[in-house]
Design a protein around this ligand. Structure first.
Ligand code: C2E
Ligand code: MG
Ligand code: MG
Ligand code: MG
Length: 292
């Protein structure tokens, strides 16, 4: 039992902390139930090739379809899931689910399309991770380069030696590797050179005010230039309007992702978009119609 000698502050905070602990416990229980009842869904967001205007790939983003609360976004549950160890099981579901979806799209004649999965540090470092990837590739027979993994700088730096080993193993299998939210972390350029990555995803915070904020513009130019000299692809995240797109095109950016092209879509809508062979640069009307 808590001491009662903490003064007013203590008494003020205690009920709130209890409340938070209680809510957290409730969320954990709910997450467990959600896993059993398969309430998680993946939405997919296009990545656009700025040269051709076509799909360059897509990103799988998790949502929780709660029976009462409706669609819950990852920011509301990923941290609790990770801290309570449940993200492990969720991740073991995500990887095969994405591989099966890629397989299905191929069987529907859509052709070779890649999808990216976001990975938490704890799962990437777990031995189950490599087994899960290998088993999913084996089961579905999809080309390994169709599966892309997105890691943040924080994930990489959490245990560089170990993560580097897993990254090398994934490259040996033929997967694509990206650094997500690039620019807000603390990885040094000398370190970047040692990483077996294919792509840098510029964090959306730099894209937001790109036309007006000289500091952000400088960061984005620098990342594009690092990409060129290190032979890494660069993709801009969070492109929401035509002026951001124009700025990126003028700077020679080759890939982008954001609400301007499409929000993350549930599978049926994404399938429709894929079947249209949508051109995101030349067919803004088609694009508008498919916006949620
Ligand atoms: P992220 O991987 O950096 O994903 C990009 C986020 O930005 C997504 O949010 C996406 O919906 C959103 N976004 C895309 N375009 C735009 C835009 O033009 N404007 C704005 N304002 N936002 C845009 P979402 O789906 O809520 O995911 C948030 C984060 O949750 C992700 O950031 C990722 O870190 C994490 N996450 C999502 N799915 C998974 C998953 O399956 N596993 C793990 N471990 N983390 C996930
Ligand atoms: Mg991502
Ligand atoms: Mg990101
Ligand atoms: Mg993010």
């Amino acid at each position: 039992h808590a001491k009662k000698t903490g003064g007013n502050n203590f008494q003020f905070f205690t009920p709130r902390l209890n409340q938070m602990a209680h809510e957290r416990f409730a969320v954990e229980a709910e997450l467990r139930r959600a896993l059993e009842h398969e309430e998680f869904v993946l939405h997919y967001q296009p990545k656009v090739d700025l040269v051709t205007g076509h799909f360059s790939g897509m990103e799988a983003l998790i949502r929780w379809q709660h029976p009462v609360r409706g669609l819950i976004m990852p920011e509301e549950f990923i941290t609790i899931a990770e801290e309570s160890g449940l993200l492990h099981q969720i991740s073991k579901w995500i990887i095969p689910t994405v591989c099966r979806q890629i397989q299905q799209w191929q069987q529907q004649g859509i052709g070779k399309i890649s999808a990216a999965v976001n990975l938490s540090a704890s799962f990437f470092q777990h031995r189950d991770f490599e087994e899960t990837v290998e088993a999913s590739l084996l089961e579905t027979g999809i080309p390994p380069e169709c599966l892309e993994l997105e890691l943040t700088e924080a994930t990489i730096m959490s245990d560089p030696q170990r993560v580097l080993g897993s990254m090398a193993a994934m490259k040996a299998l033929g997967l694509q590797l990206s650094i997500d939210d690039f620019g807000i972390g603390y990885s040094s350029l000398s370190y970047l050179k040692k990483l077996p990555v294919d792509k840098l995803k510029i964090d959306q915070s730099f894209i937001r005010n790109i036309a007006r904020d000289q500091d952000n513009a400088a960061v984005v130019r620098a990342v594009i230039s690092i990409g060129r000299s290190m032979q890494l692809k660069v993709i801009a995240e969070g492109v929401e309007n035509a002026s951001q797109l124009a700025w990126l095109q003028a700077e020679g950016s080759e890939e982008a992702q954001g609400y301007y092209f499409s929000r993350p879509l549930p599978v049926p809508k994404m399938t429709a978009l894929l079947k249209q062979n949508a051109n995101f640069l030349h067919n803004p009307r088609g694009r508008e119609q498919l916006k949620q």
